[in-house]
Design a protein around this ligand. Structure first.
Ligand code: F6P
Length: 361
């Protein structure tokens, strides 16, 4: 097979397992096909920079240590859409042409994009515009990428959230408190639902299901009636107030970010449940740290499959995990599409079966 030159970048929020995917792509490309692999730094920014900001990988750079390393050695960004790039004077400029030129400058044959649904949408548009063959690898702690059961990073985030509940439970019990844990997930509740079940929560609130405060109070009272003087509540950051108002924080750059629903709940529940409530906002600790075994495994399988796909001429596809197997689907079925929690799927029904209040169905 003719030697190929492939580029690889990580885009969107970082998460655990990205380096394992990079390692797998490089190892498969070099060992399997004798190709050359160029790592592009800072997501799409690397190809827009002049000189282009990229590094050629060789096998000495991709050791087993990458399996253990959180974050991404290439760097990443989750803003700065090249089609509407924010300039220092506040204007937005279309820099998509520079991205395509950067790709040509490196004389690449294809691009492997490790990103979530949002990154995949923008990168797919850029690649379409430049006639760039692209293969996607899904990553995000939120696990909301369409058509795949798992995205890289979700498993590690779940372990962190579950461990947080393990650590909150003894304090809840010792002080007879209601402990509220706010987890990430943007507009979906995959982290909250899975970690809540595994961590023994009594109430799990997810953006996909409306809830009412009376029902939460009733569930906590029921816990008491069953002889337990404390409770655990998990809430996804994207949940709205009982009346449907979004709860967001405002950052200095003016961009809205989720955060605050845990404190809203505490304010509205404390008096009514007759117990002290405390809130823990887990935040970015869910993204970092040593990748879980499952994230390393999925990332490795995704990386190998992505390269094999390119070798078979597969382009504009995304590698996915379905029913215990790695496979691939058209990019158009993934880019920009969010996979929400199925309110009547296995996990939601499991939670209900355990007596956990998960909102109104
Ligand atoms: O999409 C991953 C994610 O961690 C979300 O769960 C969260 O809302 C967001 O990114 C946080 O983004 P940032 O790192 O920009 O604060």
């Amino acid at each position: 097979m003719a030697e190929k030159r492939i580029g690889i970048l990580t885009s969107g929020g970082d998460c655990a397992g990205l380096n394992a995917a990079l390692r797998a792509v490089v190892q498969r490309a070099i060992h399997g096909y004798g190709w050359r692999v160029f790592g592009i730094r800072e997501g799409s920014l690397g190809l827009m920079a002049r000189p282009v900001d990229a590094v050629e990988f060789d096998l000495s750079l991709v050791t087993g240590d990458m399996l253990r390393q959180g974050g991404t050695i290439l760097g990443t960004i989750n803003k700065g859409d090249p089609f509407a790039y924010p300039m220092p004077d506040g204007t937005k400029v279309d820099r998509s042409g520079e991205f395509v030129e950067g790709f040509r400058e490196l004389a690449l044959d294809a691009l492997v994009v490790i990103g979530g649904d949002g990154s995949m949408r923008i990168l797919a548009q850029l690649c379409r515009q430049g006639g760039i063959p692209m293969v996607g690898i899904p990553k995000t702690i939120d696990n909301d990428v369409a058509r795949t059961d798992y995205a890289i990073g979700h498993s590690t985030a779940l372990n962190v959230a579950c461990e947080a509940l393990d650590r909150l439970a003894p304090t809840a019990a010792s002080h007879h408190r209601v402990m509220i844990l706010e987890v990430m997930g943007r507009d979906v509740g995959h982290i909250a639902l899975s970690a809540g079940i595994a961590g023994g929560a009594d109430v799990i609130l997810i953006p996909e299901l409306p809830y009412n405060l009376d029902a939460i109070v009733a569930r906590i009272n029921q816990v008491r009636a069953e002889g337990r003087n404390h409770a655990l509540v998990v809430v996804a950051e994207g949940c709205k107030t009982e009346t449907g108002q979004a709860v967001t924080l405002r950052h200095v750059d003016g961009e809205a970010r989720y955060g605050g629903i845990g404190h809203y709940l505490a304010d509205h529940l404390s008096d009514r449940v007759g117990a002290e409530t405390r809130v823990t906002v887990l935040g970015h600790v869910q993204r970092g740290g040593m990748p879980s075994m499952r994230d390393r495994l999925i990332a490795s399988a995704f990386g190998v499959h992505a390269v094999d796909l390119l070798a078979q001429g597969g382009i504009d596809r995304v590698v996915v995990w379905q029913h215990g197997h790695v496979t691939d689907v058209p990019l158009s079925e993934v880019a920009g599409i969010t996979r929400a929690v199925d309110p009547f799927g296995t996990l939601a029904n499991t939670a209900r079966g355990l007596g956990i209040y998960i909102g109104e169905s």
